[in-house]
Design a protein around this ligand. Structure first.
Ligand code: GRG
Length: 291
């Protein structure tokens, strides 16, 4: 069952992160950092890395640092996304958001520290991959996190509130806000496996599509999901006047679009045969998920 696999992967990544942070010098930010990155979460981006790695026979133990750094960036983005100056949310993963628990300034600093922790982890000498691969991975992760990726997408998301934006503008915003980190996940697996530039560009595009599908599913959950499963407040997008595909073309049309995107992604994976089983299962899970 894919759900069991996701849980078991999440456990491995949490164990890695816990140990990594424990081995660092302690600071006042250690507790809020742990709260941000270890208090639940599906760790689905890590499972995408692991499943993409399987296309090229990579073992989970070879890619733990990459998974850890992606989860640090992701948790950083959630902590900042929940802040009063952004989406102003009080509930995340069924618990109070970081700024509610620790205060706003501590949440900002814990988020910043998770960003730098991601780069510490990926450049760690204990992460045994070729140095030139490491440099490419660091560059790609920076591109996907900054203004050409998550941060740029978030800026568009906030600026698009209560505005009527075109279909392609919303898709472009979601590809940046959410797609780019998934793009990094698939790219990273190819890079660590020593695949060439052409293959890695293809993997980056595949990852971005998976991320877009994930964001569309997140928007469906905001409309039809239940707080007890999602662990966050639902029905927010409409209230906040968020530019989503659902708000533009309606739920059913948006679902058809997502379903066609899912089919396209699955078709792209066919050539990998049985090695793509886990990745295909995750793609199907994304659109069916309740959390
Ligand atoms: C530059 C990293 C960075 C952040 C600053 C705040 C911000 C800019 C970006 C926010 C981007 C954002 C929150 C995108 C939403 C992505 C999304 C669908 C999150 C939910 O992910 P899940 O379901 O969460 O994987 P769990 O709780 O399972 O980890």
């Amino acid at each position: 069952m894919i759900k069991d696999k996701l849980k078991s992967n999440a456990k491995k990544i949490d164990k890695f992160l816990k140990k990594y942070i424990k081995n660092q010098k302690k600071s006042l930010l250690t507790a809020p950092i742990n709260y941000g990155v270890l208090s639940g979460g599906k760790k689905i981006r890590s499972s995408i890395i692991i499943a993409t790695g399987k296309l090229y026979n990579l073992k989970t133990s070879q890619i733990l640092n990459i998974c850890g750094s992606v989860e640090c960036i992701h948790s950083y983005s959630l902590i900042h996304d929940d802040l009063p100056c952004m989406d102003n949310d009080k509930l995340r993963r069924g618990k109070p958001t970081a700024h509610i628990k620790y205060g706003e300034s501590t949440a900002v600093l814990a988020g910043n520290s998770l960003l730098t922790l991601a780069f510490e982890m990926i450049s760690d000498e204990k992460f045994k991959i070729k140095n030139n691969y490491k440099v490419l991975l660091i560059k790609k992760l920076a591109e996907c996190s900054g203004h050409t990726g998550i941060a740029g997408g978030q800026e568009l998301d906030l600026k698009y509130e209560r505005k009527r934006k075109k279909f392609n503008e919303i898709i472009n915003m979601q590809r940046k806000k959410t797609g780019k980190l998934f793009s990094f996940c698939c790219f990273a697996a190819g890079q660590i496996a020593g695949k060439n530039k052409k293959v890695n560009i293809r993997l980056s595009k595949l990852g971005e599509d998976i991320g877009l599908l994930f964001q569309l599913a997140d928007d469906f959950l905001d409309v039809k999901g239940k707080k007890k499963y999602t662990g966050k407040t639902v029905n927010k997008d409409k209230k906040k006047g968020k530019s989503t595909i659902i708000n533009l073309i309606g739920y059913d049309n948006a679902f058809d679009y997502a379903n066609n995107l899912k089919k396209k992604i699955l078709r792209n994976l066919e050539k990998h045969g049985n090695k793509a089983k886990d990745l295909k299962d995750i793609i199907n899970f994304i659109l069916e998920r309740k959390n």
